[in-house]
Write a protein that binds this ligand. Structure first.
Ligand code: B12
Length: 310
């Protein structure tokens, strides 16, 4: 049974169908909509998966619902999801993605993304090796005057949707019992990077409360008091919001209960001068999502990403 499960998972379309069925029973029509495959293809793959004993079909009234047949399928999908695929194993279409995002061409961005998802590329790799660098390209073109501010906004909006799509195809691990609260300091509109941090934590089973862009200090502190998190993450993406970020970090440090939450700072400004954020009271400061997920979290004894052996 086990080897048959992995044989079937080797095919990107069948993996997409099985991944959708992890959310619950689906009709063929629902699977067509969720996977973007054509109906005859979905039916053929389902027939094969049924024959392999991986999928059941049950009649509910006049509808036929398909569902995962055995817990082993779910376990195998977890194993596939947990196997990180690095950028070098799968070329990242950074320029093509950036071109399409700047043009506001969401279908092309999704097509590029879906190809990577179907090849098993994990969320952390997508964030660090596709979305992040592509937004860097957007920044370079904006700075050189090649594109205007509207195009910068367009690329950001498309990327936000592409990130949400990736999360849908990479369902989170079971809850690990830890909670994080995340927000951008007042005056900081750069929320995409922190959203990537939030999605990465969610995929690891964290309960995440994402406050978004430009959070006033008092509202941030109230939310921390209300949600009792284990981890508080603040993002500082531009110089003009640095003062507000440092002030928030000082307050968070001053109000921290004994044995309470840990505080981390990240974002563009933090990557330039982490020491300023540490001096203000952050327990750690890093501009790198991969460093945070693979090194900082495990060092703090918190659930992070297991680093693949070289
Ligand atoms: C997209 C973008 C915008 C979008 C933001 C949309 C959104 N929803 O996020 C919009 C159009 C709103 C915008 C506005 C502005 N922006 Co802007 N923007 C960018 C751009 C092009 C990309 C930012 C981005 O998303 N990068 C990708 C993400 C993944 O990177 P990231 O944010 O650094 O996050 C990563 C890490 O830092 C880390 N991380 C982030 N937060 C945290 C938190 C924790 C706790 C941890 C552990 C890790 C972590 O994880 C992420 C993944 O690796 C950058 C250029 C660049 N090279 O970055 C400029 C840039 C950041 N912007 C800049 C500026 C100046 C502005 C504006 C003032 C003017 C303008 N239009 O460009 C305004 C207003 C800014 C404000 N008040 O906040 C400057 C900032 C320079 C500075 N020193 O202040 C940059 C660097 C461009 C430049 N070279 O001048 N911007």
């Amino acid at each position: 049974m086990k080897s048959r499960v992995f044989d079937e998972l080797g095919d990107a379309s069948r993996r997409a169908i099985l991944t959708e069925l992890r959310q619950g029973p689906r009709t063929v029509g629902e699977l067509v909509r969720a996977t973007g495959l054509k109906q005859p293809n979905v039916s053929n793959h389902l027939a094969r998966l049924r024959e392999a004993g991986l999928v059941n079909s049950t009649k509910v009234g006049r509808m036929v619902k398909c569902s995962l047949a055995a817990p082993q399928v779910d376990t195998a999908l977890n194993a596939v999801d947990a196997t990180p695929v690095r950028a070098e194993a799968c070329a990242m279409p950074v320029q093509a993605y950036a071109d399409a995002a700047i043009a506001g061409d969401e279908p092309t961005c999704f097509e590029l993304l879906d190809g990577l998802l179907a090849n098993g590329v994990d969320l952390l790799t997508l964030s660090c090796d596709l979305f992040g660098p592509a937004m860097g390209v957007v920044g370079e073109r904006y700075m050189s005057g090649e594109i205007d501010e509207g195009q910068e906004h367009l690329a950001s909006a498309v990327t936000e949707r592409a990130m949400a799509r990736s999360l849908h195809y990479r369902p989170p691990m079971a809850s690990n019992g830890f909670r994080a609260i995340l927000g951008c300091s007042a005056g900081n509109l750069h929320s995409l990077g922190l959203r990537m941090v939030s999605d990465t934590l969610r995929s690891l089973g964290w309960d995440c409360r994402f406050l978004g862009a430009n959070v006033p200090e008092e509202a941030f502190l109230d939310a921390v008091w209300k949600h009792r998190p284990d981890l508080v993450l603040v993002s500082c993406g531009c110089t003009e919001s640095e003062g507000a970020c440092l002030s928030l970090l000082r307050q968070l440090a001053a109000q921290k209960p004994i044995g309470g939450y840990r505080v981390g700072a990240g974002g563009f400004c933090v990557s330039r001068a982490p020491e300023r954020f540490l001096e203000a009271g952050a327990d750690f400061a890093t501009g790198s999502l991969r460093h945070f997920a693979e090194e900082v979290l495990p060092e703090l004894g918190l659930p992070g990403v297991q680093r693949p052996s070289p």
